[in-house]
Design a protein around this ligand. Structure first.
Ligand code: NAD
Length: 451
């Protein structure tokens, strides 16, 4: 399932042709590989003035072995190493006039940004002030970063993290994620952190050591990729899928040294069986990834009850029931548990022929947001990941034209890979991601749909 067009556009002949015809030239994205440095080059760090995160950001970067450069001077020398990342501490803004400092810092730095570069802005949340001028300045960064994401080329991404007062210790994990190859297909996203008890120390290359992770729908596709990445990050994975997928489920589980658990998550006794299995075999669970999902597409006017009901049952009701049962079962869900629910871009943008699917996937977002305070009170988190166009066996079967359009209408001009969804889920599952709660992270290359 290689991206023939991307490979062509990056060949010598293809580069010339695409340039002459003004066609898109999707880059080969920098993806995470254990053992590689966080960034392939130095980072430029700047501030809009009076920010409170400078020391924190410098420490995160230097701890990760990243050299920190001062702001790039406009019209300055163009020799020397290109920055691999541009970070702006925009905390402390109180009026729109101060935003000029943001573009003055960003413009020359972004001009020098290397391929698969990263632009990351950190700011105070707009909702955390009563002052219209302050809120305006903070919210302005949302429009700025989304536009930067659309202007960047060569596989570079731009994201914004709002950091409330008191959430400074939660910053390290998202900063490392957004700079690393783990976030290759996460672009134009805006997250808001929360204050949380974040364990000290880096999450390193085995961040899930000692953890038990359940992944539903793990027999193939995105679920299998999630199982592989969580296992790579040292979790013991309990791979769940329907009995009919038992053979491939066992193969995935064997490959990653995990265990297979055959379960139809919509069965009346599914929640009780899962709770009992986790209690008896593993003593509890640390990470639950609700990935299993189905589509039964039809226009609403032609929708039969079976299509509507089956999609709701697998995609939404099962996530609600299993999560509620895990919360209710004493001692099974570990106090610092991480729940990650797979939603979809269709749940944000809507999609013709997918009223049932989009309703179920939007419902997940409502569920996650409503549950977040209860999870926070336990020291746990619950988040949603919303994939955009992901290259899977399913999308490979689409007609060429539909597939080409679907995969190119995003800032990175290509489809994502199952591993991109998996890396985002693995990051949300880390102990250090304690301050990311109730969020929806799109893995869509900054899709133009539902933007
Ligand atoms: P897939 O069809 O390849 O895999 C889904 C897996 O879930 C299968 O192994 C299936 O057997 C399992 N499953 C279905 N019903 C189940 C049940 N009742 N109990 C247990 N397991 C069950 O799908 P995929 O493309 O890998 O998608 C995975 C998730 O990502 C889904 O939630 C999907 O909605 C979401 N998603 C996918 C895309 C994409 O582009 N592929 C985009 C957005 C969201």
């Amino acid at each position: 399932m290689s991206d023939w067009y991307r490979d062509f556009a990056n060949s010598g002949f293809g580069t010339t042709i695409t340039r002459q015809l003004g066609l898109p030239r999707p880059a080969v994205l920098r993806r995470y590989e254990p053992g590689r440095p966080l960034l392939p080059g130095p980072a430029v760090l700047g501030s809009t003035g009076g920010g409170r995160l400078g020391d924190t950001l410098t420490r995160v970067l230097t701890d990760a072995g990243v050299a920190v450069l001062p702001p790039v001077v406009a019209d300055g020398p163009t020799d020397g190493e290109k920055p691999a990342a541009v970070l702006l501490d925009a905390t402390g803004l109180t009026s729109p006039g101060q935003l000029a400092a943001a573009y003055q810092f960003l413009a020359p730095a972004i001009k020098r940004l290397g391929t698969s570069g990263r632009v990351l802005i950190l700011a105070d949340p707009p909702a955390a002030t009563d002052s219209p001028a302050t809120a305006a300045a903070r919210q302005a960064l949302d429009g700025l970063i989304r536009s930067v994401g659309k202007e960047l080329r060569d596989g570079s991404t731009a994201n914004l993290v709002y950091v409330p007062e008191g959430a400074e210790s939660a910053v390290a994990s998202p900063v490392r994620f957004f700079l690393s190859g783990r976030s290759a297909y996460v672009d134009g996203q805006v997250l808001t952190l929360a204050a949380a008890d974040v364990p000290t120390g880096e999450d390193g290359e085995r961040p899930l050591a000692g953890k038990v992770a359940v992944v539903t729908g793990a027999a193939r596709g995105i679920g299998a990729a999630i199982a592989r990445v969580l296992a790579r990050d040292a979790a013991h994975v309990v791979a769940v899928d329907v009995p009919a997928a038992g053979q491939s489920l066992a193969e995935v589980a064997n490959e990653i040294g995990g265990t297979a658990f055959q379960l139809d998550i919509t069965a009346a006794d599914a929640a009780a069986r899962l709770v009992a299995h986790l209690r008896e075999r593993h003593g509890g669970v640390d990470v639950v990834v609700h990935n299993a999902g189905i589509t039964r597409d039809k226009l609403l006017v032609n929708m039969d009850a079976a299509r509507w009901n089956s999609v709701m049952a697998v995609n939404l009701q099962a996530q609600l029931d299993l999560t509620a049962a895990l919360l209710a079962a004493e001692g099974v869900l570990r106090p610092d548990a991480r729940i990650v629910c797979v939603s979809s871009q269709s749940g944000i943008a809507g999609n013709r022929g997918q009223t049932n699917y989009a309703a179920s996937k939007a419902g997940i977002i409502g569920m996650v947001r409503a549950w977040a305070p209860e999870f926070a009170a336990r020291g746990a988190t619950i988040n949603a990941v919303a994939p955009g166009f992901i290259v899977t066996e399913m999308t490979a079967k689409m007609p060429l034209g539909t597939r080409e359009v679907g995969s190119r209408i995003n800032s990175l001009q290509q489809g994502g890979l199952p591993v991109d969804v998996a890396e985002t889920i693995a990051w949300l599952s880390q102990p250090g991601s304690a301050g990311v709660n109730g969020q929806v992270v799109r893995v869509c290359g900054q899709s133009m749909l539902g933007a």
